[in-house]
Design a protein around this ligand. Structure first.
Ligand code: PFF
Length: 522
């Protein structure tokens, strides 16, 4: 069986944007921005996307298209092109540094993993990074699907009239504040009921599996083409309502105006992690998608479009949420439940609110499924191509099922830990013993924190080292410039990409790491 290809450049861009745009933009970006000071975070975030995210994205697409393999073989092959041993050594040293940092945090499980990585990088080089990427993708899917399940619940509520509605004659601002407080409480009660959360989670995982079993072209591409524009239109409609609520302007200012006190190393780490998460980088998704890309499709343009669309979606997500947050008096730093307090209040104040709410949550669900499908796709491609029987590739169905089962089991942990640890005291103690001071709140927060702010920057760093120092921008340039007829690029773009991927991105990531491990105080 030959590998499938994207039918068109636009199909590839939309599918990559489909992977990038999801809960990370509409659910995560607003609450992380809210916890990290608003405007300053947003500015640092945009810089991270431009200076680090986009060069890494081009690099991942390049690795994928050049090798046309799953992430593990792809990394190994690129390393083979050049003699990568000094960089292998650097990777092992980095992993050893991580082991020391985790020891200081008493995260013993991670110390073990890091020590194993020292050995694996020395022996297997970048192919071992491919395994890390795959594991991170599946780990992220396990809690991403739980949030996806929350969206399923909110669709159900919107359809069955379970969301608060406007009471004719009530004063807008007082009513909206009341609804926001109640919605926040009802969200808390909902995630405290693990069996109910479980239903949404299972529905979401089933949807994800179904999209992937349809194959890339028929499944993801078709859905993405219809969805993206619709989601943007709906976001604009919600923004119009949100910014016209009394007191909403403060929210716009909060989101867009940086404050000098807001630029701290922690904000940079959060923005960097969020940029990777949101652009689906460091998880081999883009390598996998790039491996289905035709030789004549233009990588720079594709990466540019995906970056612009994803950042736009995040900013629109922020603009839809923060004005309402301020108008109804919610705390911007209230965490993962932020949108589930603000959005119901906004919809309640819209004419035909339940219909808008249904449409919005359905769009968000589809956006989330296109993202989660890309996570599962990456695991499935690895299983299909790595676990062959003789010359036969593994079956797609078995591969999807394997990823599905792994994520579901891990997801159960998330579902139950988010609800309440108290009836699982052994689990809480176990996680604390394994993760030390990396533990943050529930297993959900711990895993999100570890995956987004530790694993993704690490794997992205490895990718910049691979492309910037092993393959080198000079040797990779012909692949980058291989485009359809008549497409040319100014030389400075190539130079800028080389500079960013070889120097700026790795140095910035290493500095952020050194700071967050406490080895350097910025
Ligand atoms: N980028 C997606 C989002 O912002 O929702 C989430 C995601 C998808 C993260 C795929 C990672 C990934 F590999």
């Amino acid at each position: 069986m030959s590998r499938e290809n994207w039918t068109s450049s636009i199909g590839f861009i939309l599918a990559s944007a489909g992977s990038a745009i999801g809960l990370g933009n509409i659910w995560k970006f607003p609450y992380v921005a809210g916890q990290n000071g608003g405007g300053s975070f947003v500015l640092v975030y945009v810089l991270c996307v431009l200076l680090i995210g986009l060069p890494v994205m081009c690099s991942e697409m390049l690795i994928g298209r050049h090798t046309r393999r799953n992430v593990i073989n792809a990394m190994g092959k690129v390393e083979h092109i050049a003699n990568g041993s000094p960089v292998r050594f650097a990777l092992s040293v980095l992993a050893a540094g991580m082991a020391v940092a985790f020891t200081l945090m008493e995260a013993w499980l991670m110390v073990g993993v890091a020590l194993f990585a020292v050995w694996a990088f020395a022996r297997r080089g970048f192919a071992a990074i491919g395994w890390v990427c795959t594991a991170v993708a599946l780990a992220i899917l396990s809690y991403y699907a739980v949030v996806g399940g929350w969206i399923v619940e909110y669709i159900w509520r919107a359809v069955t009239g379970g969301l608060a509605a406007h009471v004719p004659g009530a004063e807008l601002s007082a009513e909206a504040s009341q609804i926001a407080v109640e919605s926040g409480k009802s969200f808390g009660a909902y995630i405290g009921d693990p069996w109910r959360v479980l239903i949404g989670f299972v529905v979401f995982m089933a949807l994800t599996g179904a999209v992937i079993l349809g194959g890339i072209r028929s499944g993801i591409e078709r859905v993405s083409k219809i969805l993206m524009p619709a989601l943007f239109v709906l976001l604009l409609i919600v923004i119009v309502r949100s910014v016209t609520m009394p007191g909403a302007w403060e929210g716009v200012v909060f989101l867009l105006k940086p404050t000098s006190a807001g630029f701290t190393p922690k904000v940079v780490l959060m923005a960097l992690g969020q940029a990777f998460f949101s652009l689906s980088l460091g998880m081999a998704i883009t390598v996998t998608y790039g491996s289905y890309l035709h030789k004549d499709q233009n990588i720079l343009r594709a990466a540019g479009w995906v970056g612009v669309l994803d950042t736009l979606a995040a900013l629109l997500g922020g603009l839809a949420i923060f004005p309402a947050v301020f108008a109804v008096g919610l705390k911007p730093s209230s965490g993962p439940g932020l949108i589930f307090g603000a959005l119901p209040a906004t919809f309640a104040e819209m004419w035909g609110g339940a219909i808008w709410a249904t449409c919005f949550f359905v769009m968000l669900l589809i956006a989330a499924v296109t993202s989660s499908a890309s996570l599962l796709e990456c695991g499935a491609t690895v299983f299909i191509e790595r676990f062959r029987r003789g010359h036969k590739r593994g079956s797609r169905r078995t591969a999807v099922l394997t990823g599905f089962v792994i994520c579901t089991i891990m997801g159960l942990l998330t579902v139950f830990s988010t609800a309440d640890w108290s009836h699982l005291p052994w689990l809480e103690r176990g996680v604390r013993a394994c993760m030390g001071s990396l533990t943050q709140g529930s297993w959900f927060d711990t895993l999100d924190n570890f995956a987004s702010y530790w694993c993704l920057p690490f794997t992205a760093l490895a990718i910049t080292l691979l492309v910037g120092w092993v393959w080198t921008p000079r040797r990779a340039a012909p692949e980058l410039l291989a485009t359809g007829e008549g497409d040319t690029f100014p030389r400075w773009i190539l130079l800028a990409w080389g500079l960013l991927v070889r120097w700026v991105a790795p140095i910035a990531i290493i500095l952020v790491f050194l700071n967050s491990t406490g080895f350097l105080s910025l």
